[in-house]
Each structure stands twice: as C-alpha cells, then as structure tokens.
Ligand binder design. Structure first.
Ligand code: URA
Length: 274
C-alpha cells in the first residue's frame, strides 16, 4: 500500500467513525467527493462545557520519546506529509507542517494554519506570532518541548499570484484536514487543548463566533476540555495590557484545570504595571 493510499484510508476511517457517532461533517462538495463520493455537508458544534470545572487528573510526563504515542505519531507523520487532498495547496506549499512537541503532552495548542515562516521551516508557530506563543508557554511554566503545537490546516493557504502575507484558511480546507488533527489528538490524548483564535475554533467546532464570546470558558472537543483564546497575532496587533491580561486569564484557567501550581507572580501578570 502506498503512503498516499494509507493516508486516504486513515481519512476514510475517521470520516466513517465520525458519521457512525452521528457527527455530520462540513466540507466543500468537491472535497468530500474526492474523499468518498459523498457530498453531505453540515456542521454541528458540541455544547460548551460549563465553567468552572474540576481539575483533570495529573499524569506523569514520560521522558522517553519512544513510547507508543511517539511511534503512532511517527506513523501518522508520513501519510500527512504526503497528503494531496487539496491539490491547490499541494502546488503552493513548500512542505506540510505536521506539528511539534512531546507525544505525551498534557497540553496541546492548536492554531489555524502555517504561515510563510512555518511553510519554509516545517514547524508550527516559528514566526513572530510563534515567538510570542513560546513566551506565553514559558510564562505558564512549560517549554515548547513539554507541550504539543499543531494547526487545523497543515498546509500554508495559497496566496493569489504576486500577493505576500498569509490568508485565513477556508472552512472546506480545514474540514478536509481536520481528521489528521483528530488523529494527532487521539494519539496524544492531552488533558487540555487551547484553540488559538476564532478561525481555529471554527475549524475545530464549527463555532463561527467572535473570540470575545468564545474565550475565557471551557468547550469540549470530543471529550477533551478546550479553552479558546486570542491568537498571538492578535496580541501583536493589539499590544494593550487589557488584551494581554485576557489571554493570560485564559492560560490561568488552563493551569488550574491541569492542577499546576500557580505563583502569586504568575497570578499578577499583566495587572497594573504589566
Ligand atoms: N499562525 C497559526 O495559526 N499557525 C502557525 O503555525 C503560525 C501562525
């Protein structure tokens, strides 16, 4: 079996599983036709989980990168890197950006899609927004190697000829790619997920709402607690203490949910003098 065939089989299996569970999928008719000749399109967002919620049980982080999760993630990587489900993105991408971090991470961050820097380097969140995310992760008491970082869409969205910058991924692109993220999450089984930005929330839950309404409370992604917060690129555009504090309060909720000790200093970040 070729890597491509095996990637398709993974996607088919995930789609059937979701459909069996009564989850309807949203994607462009052409994307679904390519996948399985089934043009059904719809979306269903799971109910948000009311906050506050009890902390989830702590799990020791294995230092060994060769556990079964690492093996399963490595097995998934090949087919994902060879994916050709979105021919327009295959044409424009430098490479597929799979994801990075600890296979047994307790905490996983999910962004929308690679940008130019990530497309060139093959790693999520390495550009300016990524550097800010790394600082946020450090302020929480983790390193990038402790957590897992991925995107809903694994290819950089293509840009019109002659245009630079990054565009938002389309719902159909995210729906086509989502089964890969679901498999990553199923393998890693993080104790909490953080969606970075409204587009990531749209890709994960089909939640088309402003971040102001989504952030600061727990949602549910197939049984895993999901916190929504602003994308770090938003914080780069809005450098006010108030907005930084909002993201930080969301991260404090995450730390509480993970039952991590929080210092007084951490509690006070971005209050007053910042
Ligand atoms: N923005 C994202 O959403 N993901 C990245 O990997 C980089 C920037």
């Amino acid at each position: 079996m070729t890597e491509f065939q095996s990637a398709l089989d993974h996607v088919h299996a995930t789609l059937s599983e979701l459909r069996e569970q009564g989850v309807e999928l949203r994607a462009s008719a052409s994307a679904l036709t390519r996948l399985e000749n089934t043009p059904t399109v719809a979306k269903q967002a799971p109910e948000p989980v009311p906050s506050p919620l009890p902390a989830v049980e702590a799990r020791p982080l294995s230092p060994a990168p060769d556990g079964s999760k690492a093996v399963r993630l490595a097995a998934l990587r090949g087919p994902v890197l060879a994916c050709t489900l979105c021919p327009h993105l295959v044409k424009s991408r430098t490479q597929v950006v799979f994801g990075v971090g600890h296979p047994e991470a307790e905490l996983m961050f999910v962004g929308e899609a690679p940008g130019e820097d990530e497309d060139l380097q093959g790693e999520p969140f390495v550009g300016k927004a990524g550097q800010l995310l790394t600082k946020i992760i450090a302020a929480m008491g983790f390193s990038r190697d402790d957590v897992y970082i991925g995107n809903v869409l694994k290819c950089r969205p293509d840009m019109p000829p002659g245009e630079s910058g990054n565009r938002k991924p389309k719902p159909a692109e995210m729906a086509t790619c989502l089964p890969y993220l679901r498999q990553q999450i199923d393998i890693i089984q993080p104790r909490a997920l953080v969606a970075l930005g409204a587009t990531a929330m749209e890709g994960l839950l089909g939640a088309v709402e402003p971040m102001a309404k989504l952030r600061g409370r727990w949602h549910d992604f197939h049984g895993i607690p999901l916190m929504a917060t602003y994308h770090p690129a938003y914080l780069l555009r809005n450098q006010s203490l108030t907005e930084k504090r909002k993201v930080w309060e969301d991260m404090l909720l995450v730390l509480e949910r993970l039952a991590k000790p929080i210092t007084e200093k951490q509690r006070g970040f971005f209050l007053g003098k910042g």
